[in-house]
Design a protein around this ligand. Structure first.
Ligand code: FNR
Length: 360
């Protein structure tokens, strides 16, 4: 394996070599038979380009805005848990890389650096991801801490009423040894008993009774825009808009929840059509190439979120690894835009891609 990867997929192998098997499996794994895990990646490969030629592409700009914030590219770092298992500097290293690349980082509710530590480490634009806990006061406290620390949006993940069946974690008896008990709360964000497993923790804390009416409660306790992450159908997309979401993330949680959900890229358009431009739509799951990002934008996403590749970069080379992963995706997107005849993000249209359904 090359020590100096030329694409983000090569970081996966470096991460595998760097990490204890239990942690690598936790990051890499999906639910049950991992059908959706493969499909998230494969579905991108079935979308082809319709490039245009003889367009001046001597200058390419990837810059765009997300919820009004100027960023260098339509890329966000997805919320992924427990970065200190990947690297001792944890989420602080990830945030510094996000700041260096001028992309938004979504900090996970189960980060191992506190929301305040991440905030004071650098000037990255940060969103904060939450679940609604059975104890609403804990959720409200977290939202207040994120507000006070300058986070710009709340990302409410709605696809985890219970934790999916991740069989590698069951086999490995995945535990969180570093986490300490604190009045039933794990440090920073997380709640559990020391040494308890992740599934037990999640079952104890996540509120499976959460429903659409609770979005109103969340809106009542914060002025921050709320993105709803984990939508896969036009029915739910419409409900999310009606509930006051400021944006929607089409996501199947990186295939870690319900196996046999479709690849996110294959349902993106359904959601985009339902939303009718009222709020921005984002997508994550299986984005491994700049070409994937271009395809997502052509199908109506305003930006993509990157999950595992960021963690692999972090595990392999810390902050530098996350920076390299982000830069490689940006470089590949820039090249794809040049080769497709799109000098700016706004030039990317539905007509630049053809899906497998259209080819049949
Ligand atoms: C996640 N994901 C996730 N999502 C979330 O809302 N809160 C979280 O704490 C986590 N934690 C988490 C841990 C790990 C190890 C992974 C791989 C994923 C899901 C994540 O935000 C995103 O939806 C997927 O990772 C996107 O798919 P890719 O890019 O990993 O294929």
């Amino acid at each position: 394996m090359a020590e100096d990867p030329v694409n983000v997929n090569e970081y996966q192998e470096l991460a595998r070599q760097a990490l204890p098997k239990m942690y690598y499996d936790f990051y890499a794994g999906g639910a049950e038979d991992q059908y959706t895990l493969k499909e998230n990646v494969e579905a991108f490969r079935r979308i082809m380009f319709r490039p245009r030629v003889l367009i001046d592409v001597s200058k390419i700009s990837l810059s765009t805005t997300i919820l009004g914030y100027n960023v260098s590219a339509p890329i966000m770092i997805a919320p992924t848990s427990m970065h200190k298992l990947a690297h001792p500097e944890g989420e602080v290293a990830t945030a510094r890389a996000a700041a260096a690349c001028n992309v938004i980082m979504i900090v996970s509710y189960s980060s191992m650096c506190t929301v305040e530590e991440v905030a004071s480490s650098c000037d990255a634009i940060r969103f904060f991801q939450i679940y609604v806990y059975k104890r609403r006061d804990i959720t409200a406290q977290l939202v207040r801490r994120a507000e006070r620390s300058g986070y710009k949006a709340i990302v409410l993940t709605v696809d985890v009423p219970r934790l999916g069946k991740r069989e590698a974690d069951i086999k490995n008896k995945m535990i969180q040894p570093q986490l300490k008990n604190f009045e039933g709360l794990l440090p920073t964000q997380v709640v559990s008993d020391e040494g308890s497993n992740f599934k037990a923790y999640a079952d104890l804390t996540l509120d499976a009774s959460l429903s659409w009416k609770d979005i109103g409660w969340l809106r009542s306790i914060t002025k921050l825009p709320i993105l709803i992450k984990g939508v896969l159908t036009h029915e739910d997309a419409i409900k999310a808009v009606e509930a006051g979401a400021a944006g929607i993330v089409v996501s199947n949680h990186g295939a870690r929840q319900l196996d046999h959900t479709p690849a996110t890229i294959s349902v993106l358009e359904e959601v985009v059509h339902a939303v009718k431009g009222k709020v921005p739509v984002f997508v994550d799951g299986g984005v491994r190439r700049g070409t994937d990002i271009f395809k997502a934008l052509a199908l109506g996403a305003q930006a993509v979120l990157i999950g595992r590749p960021v963690v692999y970069g972090l595990a392999a080379k810390g902050e530098t690894g996350v920076r390299r992963v982000t830069e490689m995706l940006k470089d590949e997107l820039e090249l794809t835009m040049a080769l497709s005849g799109c000098p700016t993000i706004k030039d990317i249209t539905r007509g630049h891609v053809i899906t497998d359904r259209e080819r049949l």
